[in-house]
Design a protein around this ligand. Structure first.
Ligand code: GLA
Ligand code: ZN
Length: 667
């Protein structure tokens, strides 16, 4: 059975309403519901007094409709009785300001007292629900991430550093604390990078970012350990935030989870644009899949306009279903809509659910009910299938953190550049896996390594052996610049990648906003391509063994190399010393695809997304029309229709606007 559900807050509604909600859910095909995630003040109304009766009754009503339950641990929303009694539990922000009550996630993840209160509520919940046959899983907390700079965190940071460095002398050397007289003579002198009056030491700042990430990994582990003492059967997950969120190392956070889940909101008050870019949720899904190399769940799938102060645009007819299938197409094995009914109170009054404020089931409910019915019929096929990709992109949280500290150029964002490259593949329907830089790369024909600004030797060695064995690697500007302590390496750039790429960075130019350079292509395959554009950053290259792929056309370095390719072992390493515009990325991606023989499953008109999931005896082809027009796709053979009528489909497939087909091809 495909896990299909909603996030539900029974504590927001009168109890007389619960049976009606449960029935409407069942009628929509819901078989799983997430509960209790922000309900601490109802579960423990006073310190040490627990009340699970209401939750028992809510679960009972759902179970009566054949629905299973995921419980959230409620630690993202500590109640006032707790926080106001212990004001030092409030987080301190990066300006050194202590938060006050009134939102959520205002706690310090390292505070031992918060751990005590967490232990109490999570233990009580686990004791009560570990054996419950219909409680199938747990979600820990909610969307971890915000950094804390409080005195408790400062001491925890100092302890973290003691474990990382052989001694204070080693730390002083690694960070170069002689600069501006920062030489520490006691661990206790080491600050957190808040309110320093300017930019902190880059070594300290990167270590703090790692520490802050580790703090949530440890706090999550603290909860996992409590739950695991009571239950082996129930799965444990956390709801992550896709690709865009860059403050936590999601590889670390995912490691001890049974299942990765994430929250997918394509259109909200913070992405208030007319056009939607379908590559965004696709990249997020690929990132979530890559954390464990396994299918994931969407724990919050958009159910309506998403807004707090603003009301974001209404999802168009078909969009809720389309966005849901897009996630399934990229590996979602569970789909839970946020939220069931639109809240009448609180910050999220305009974060719409499937039902309106007044509980009317309308168009959005009907659309999701249709999806539920389809998944009831077709869902069996999907969970056993895997997503495979011929191309990988390496995601380095170390480099991402280091670029947050020093973006190098105001026009450069690691995440946006990464996304722009991904988009070029997505537009061609070439599947891309997003994996850690230490992952086994041997199954990929093409690997892109967006700037590995911080480059550990182990990663350089991984890339070298991949290319030696025949792989095609693409490296970028600002790679190999920093060592693990965020100090600049004492060798020509790209540092540990110089030999592999057969190139040296002679010099570089950081381009002001609006200033561009041109690129002229120097390899025969690109003789007819339109000239490229170079933005934000320009490495000026001196090739060693590498051949020149493109040269700058302007400024004092006109004629000098910008892009090179080096044959190395049985493979090759391309070095791209600048950032292109979309057309330049397109040219480069076509060139790379051509060289490596990577292909899309089918060719399709713009705005039609195609993905494949493989299972033991065949494959599923997902065809998603992201446009408001009908579109034709030429199929490459006979398929069996998995949604709707079980017909045979071949030749031209005509998709209605925003429609989705899932086609099965058996061996
Ligand atoms: C996140 C949270 C939800 C809700 C939505 C909408 O994804 O997990 O609790 O706040 O955002 O803002
Ligand atoms: Zn703290």
């Amino acid at each position: 059975m495909y896990a299909f559900g909603v996030d539900y807050y029974p504590e927001h509604w009168p109890e007389e309403r619960w049976p009606i909600d449960a029935r409407l859910m069942a009628e929509a095909g819901v078989n799983i519901v997430r509960l209790a995630e922000f309900a601490w003040s109802r579960l423990e109304p006073q310190e040490g007094r627990f009340d699970f009766d209401w939750l028992d009754r809510a679960i009972e009503g759902l179970v009566a409709q054949g629905i299973r339950v995921i419980l959230g641990t409620p630690t993202a929303s500590p109640p006032p009785w707790l926080m106001e009694a212990h004001p030092d539990l409030y987080r301190v922000d990066d300006q050194g300001r202590r938060l006050t009550f009134g939102n959520r996630r205002e706690y310090c993840p390292n505070h031992p007292l918060y751990h005590d209160y967490t232990r109490a509520i999570v233990t009580a919940l686990a004791e009560h629900y570990a054996e419950h046959p219909h409680v199938v899983g747990w979600q820990i907390d909610n969307e971890f991430g915000d950094h804390c700079y409080c005195p408790v965190c400062r001491r925890a940071f100092q302890d973290w550093l003691r474990h990382r460095y052989a001694g204070l002398a080693a730390l002083n050397a690694a960070w170069g604390t002689i600069f501006w007289s920062h030489v520490y003579t006691e661990w206790a002198q080491i600050p957190v990078p808040a309110a320093t009056g300017g930019s902190p030491n880059p070594g300290l700042a990167l270590d703090f970012a790692r520490f802050a990430s580790d703090s949530y990994v440890a706090y999550q582990q603290f909860q996992i350990d409590i739950l695991r003492r009571h239950t082996a059967r129930q799965f444990i997950t956390h709801n992550l935030m896709g690709f865009k969120y860059g403050k936590l190392n999601y590889y670390d956070l995912a490691r001890s989870l049974d299942l990765v889940s994430w929250d997918n909101y394509p259109r909200t008050q913070w992405s208030f644009t007319a056009e939607l870019d379908p590559s965004g949720p696709a990249l997020a899904a690929a990132t979530m899949y890559g954390l464990k190399g396994q299918p994931f769940w969407v724990m919050e799938q958009q159910a309506g306009p998403g807004g707090w102060e603003l009301v974001s645009a209404m999802p168009r007819p078909g969009e809720l279903r389309l966005w849901a299938y897009q996630q399934i197409a990229h590996g979602a094995d569970g789909l839970v809509f946020f939220r069931w009914r639109t809240a009448r109170y609180g910050t999220e009054q305009y974060w719409h659910g499937l039902l309106e404020h007044d509980a009317r089931p309308g168009r959005r409910y009907e659309e999701v009910a249709r999806l539920g019915a389809e998944l009831r019929r077709a869902g069996e096929k999907i969970p056993e299938s895997r997503v495979e990709a011929p191309v990988a992109m390496l995601l380095s949280y170390d480099s991402r953190f280091a670029f947050q500290i020093q973006p190098n150029n105001p026009g450069y964002s690691y995440a946006e550049h990464f996304h722009a490259l991904y988009r070029a593949f997505h537009e061609r329907n070439v599947a891309v896996a997003v994996v850690d830089a230490t992952a086994d790369l041997s199954s990929y024909r093409l690997v892109l390594a967006p700037p590995l600004y911080v480059l550990p030797a182990a990663v350089a060695a991984n890339l070298e052996s991949y290319v030696r064995a025949g792989g095609t690697l693409v490296c970028f500007f600002r790679s190999g610049v920093k060592d693990a302590a965020n100090a600049v390496v004492n060798q020509p750039l790209p540092g540990l990648l110089a030999e592999l790429c057969g190139v040296e960075v002679t010099s570089y130019d950081s381009l002001p906003p609006g200033v561009e350079n041109g690129l002229e292509w120097a390899v025969p395959e690109l003789a007819n391509a339109a000239p490229g554009r170079a933005r934000a950053w320009a490495d000026i290259l001196t090739p060693g063994s590498a051949e020149i792929v493109a040269r700058y056309t302007q400024d004092y370095y006109a004629g000098q190399p910008a892009i090179t390719r080096n044959r190395y072992g049985s493979g090759s390493a391309v070095y791209i010393g600048t950032i292109g515009d979309a057309a330049t990325h397109a040219t480069l991606v076509d060139w790379l695809i051509g060289q490596t023989g990577v292909t899309a499953p089918l060719t399709a008109p713009a705005g039609v997304e195609i993905t494949v999931r493989n299972h033991a005896s065949g494959r599923l082809l997902f065809v998603l029309n992201h446009t408001a027009l009908s579109q034709d796709v030429q199929l490459d053979g006979p398929y069996h229709n998995l949604l709707g009528e079980p017909i045979r489909v071949e030749g031209t497939l005509t998709l209605a606007p925003r429609d989705v087909w899932i086609l099965e091809q058996t061996d």
